[in-house]
Write a protein that binds this ligand. Structure first.
Ligand SMILES: [Fe+2]
Length: 236
């Protein structure tokens, strides 16, 4: 086969293009996040999760809460399926409770935590109790969320906080980063439940999100776990 310089140039171009794409995907989305990797401590594989979870405190005394919503792609319109949402929060005394046998991040986050995976409509919901403020503080009641979407690293979004929280002052509202969109939830009573709706937009106000592109083939469903050999592939 005769040598053709065009072939060499084409190979170089394809090689550089692949390198550039790899570099692009190595950019960490959302900045540093201590504890976000707790999302990988799901008690069941990600692909065995569904859009609903009931957190371990739900049958304890306290205000029963249902949080639900839709997670959208960055365009704010297309429902995002197969997005993992990890949440954890304090108990009715305002502490992250532990049973004593916790491993990993549960030693910090406590056992009141849960995982959901959005369905084809982007929907998620979880049942829990309304958390309390930290003891002797004016801290807002809050639920910590971490997102893991296919093809990108995990990142945190604004905490779920509550519109009727007496400690939620105007200046506090103005300080919110609105990562993933507005995290202020309005609660409405439905029977014995308080129900709050929060829709989430992937990448909204998330640093470096626009600089990265998710992997486009089946690798986009790889959930890499930092520090752990191997990876898992979420079945479509
Ligand atoms: Fe907290």
């Amino acid at each position: 086969m005769p040598y053709h310089p065009f072939f060499t140039i084409l190979c170089c171009f394809l090689f550089l293009s692949a390198c550039s794409q790899q570099t692009k995907n190595k950019v960490r989305v959302g900045g540093s996040c201590e504890g976000c990797e707790a999302i990988y401590e799901s008690p069941v594989p990600f692909d065995a999760l569904d859009e609903v979870d009931t957190l371990p405190d739900f049958n304890d005394p306290g205000p029963r809460l249902l949080i639900r919503g839709v997670i959208y792609e960055a365009n704010g319109k297309t429902p995002a399926a197969n997005v993992i949402l990890y949440v954890y929060h304090t108990n009715q005394e305002g502490v992250y409770p532990r049973r004593g046998n916790e491993k990993g991040w549960a030693r910090r986050h406590g056992y009141i935590r849960g995982w959901v995976r959005t369905n084809a409509k982007g929907e998620y919901r979880f049942y829990t109790l309304l958390p309390a403020s930290y003891p002797n503080s004016t801290a807002l009641k809050h639920i910590h969320p971490v997102i893991k979407e296919p093809g990108r690293n995990e990142y945190y979004i604004d905490e779920f906080i509550f519109d009727d929280d007496p400690f939620l002052k105007p200046e506090e509202r103005n300080r919110l980063e609105q990562r993933g969109g507005n995290g202020i939830v309005t609660l409405r009573r439905q029977g014995d439940l308080l129900v709050g709706i929060r829709d989430i937009v992937l990448g909204r106000n998330i640093p470096d999100y626009g600089r990265t592109a998710p992997l486009e083939d089946t690798e986009s469903y790889v959930f890499s776990r930092p520090g752990v050999t191997g990876s898992r592939i979420l079945q479509q």
